[in-house]
Design a binder for this molecule. Structure first.
Ligand SMILES: [Zn+2]
Ligand SMILES: [Zn+2]
Length: 361
């Protein structure tokens, strides 16, 4: 047991509080990672605003990278001193989904309230998303980490743990894109830019980005979009057909958490096209589409959690593409902050103009 600093949510919608918390030693199958970097994701903000409920007090944060500083019993594949990416994808390894190659939908989630952290007064403290990475250290399960080269920039590496694998994985794993296909990506934020570069890596022919401002569409083009359409257009899908030579897309990836975007997503599709649902709206939002149209045209709606990523398979190839200059990570970072500045970093992320804000320890 040790005392570390963390940013704690004590009340939904209120600023996070920097306080000392208690962290248990790693148990069986667990490791302790001392963090170098953690990025702020819109999921952290949704949780902190109370959009998805959950126990309080809580420590959010789930896009992290650091160095292993202690090993629990039964961990032989890692050593102290290993540099790792820390993800929220905790996999039991034996349920039907894990065994079937889909650890992102493991059927045995853990109870984060019974996790390794408590308040300084030993009161229960939620280790949100099995990470609790708005803190100097985390104790997490061996299945959640992947070793990366020790000389890799940690601020770039931490992005691999959520936004990048979610977007690139949606293109490569969930949409299963192949060379020559046409793609629409709704939202050019932290996940959307990665869906765009995932489509580029998969060999898409034309990639249409849809977002609210010309500035965001210009950034989308730096990541591989071939066309941009303003979401404020009364019928933006018509502009998309035009960009795609008069036809609908083979895949549309919805990377924003807005029900309206989900209502419109099927309208961008061509016959046989698939809508990939990535962004997570608030728990009480609902969406409408025409089942008849989708059935008649052989279209599909596919939910994709964390890009259907198998971290041990996918993060190493993404690291290689980054080192070859084919996957942009440094360009995703728009701000660097200290843990003490986390509320300012969150406020900056909420403006919607930032790509990824990173806390450096
Ligand atoms: Zn995230
Ligand atoms: Zn499982």
């Amino acid at each position: 047991m040790q005392t570390i600093k963390a940013a704690v949510c004590r009340e939904f919608g209120a600023p996070l509080v920097i306080e000392d918390i208690r962290l248990a030693d790693p148990g069986f199958g667990e490791v302790e990672v001392t963090l170098d970097a953690v990025a702020i994701c819109h999921s952290d903000i949704s949780y902190a605003e109370g959009a998805w409920g959950g126990h309080l007090p809580a420590v959010y944060g789930h896009e992290a990278a650091g160095v292993i500083t202690a090993l629990g019993d039964g961990v032989s594949e890692f050593q102290t001193g290993d540099t790792v990416v820390v993800t929220l994808i905790r996999a039991c390894g034996t349920c039907p989904n894990c065994a079937g190659g889909k650890p992102t939908i493991c059927e045995n989630p853990t109870d984060g309230v019974q996790g390794p952290i408590t308040t300084a007064d030993s009161e229960p403290l939620l280790q949100a998303m099995a990470c609790g990475a708005f803190a100097e250290k985390v104790v997490i399960h061996r299945s959640q980490i992947v070793k990366i080269p020790s000389d890799m920039s940690r601020e770039a590496a931490c992005l691999l743990s959520c936004g990048v694998i979610t977007g690139v994985g949606a293109a490569v794993n969930a949409a299963n894109l192949r060379a020559g296909q046409d793609v629409v990506v709704i939202g050019a934020g932290g996940v959307g830019l990665n869906a765009i570069q995932g489509a580029r890596i998969a060999g898409a022919r034309r990639i249409v980005a849809v977002d609210m401002t010309e500035e965001k569409l210009d950034i989308a083009k730096e990541f591989g979009a071939t066309h941009g359409v303003l979401a404020s257009d009364p019928k933006p899908w018509r502009k998309s057909y035009k960009a795609l030579g008069g036809r609908g897309a083979d895949a549309v990836m919805v990377t924003v958490g807005a029900a309206g975007a989900y209502n419109d997503a099927p309208k961008y599709l061509g016959w046989g096209g698939k809508a990939i649902m990535i962004g997570m709206p608030h728990a009480d939002s609902h969406s409408e589409y025409s089942p008849m149209g989708m059935s008649y045209q052989g279209q599909g709606l596919i939910g994709s959690k964390m890009g259907d990523t198998v971290i041990q398979r996918d993060i190493p190839w993404m690291v290689d593409l980054y080192q070859q200059g084919r996957l942009k990570l440094d360009e995703l970072i728009s701000g660097r902050w200290s843990l003490d500045q986390i509320n300012e970093a969150i406020a900056d992320t909420k403006t919607g103009s930032a790509k990824r804000n990173v806390i450096l320890f």
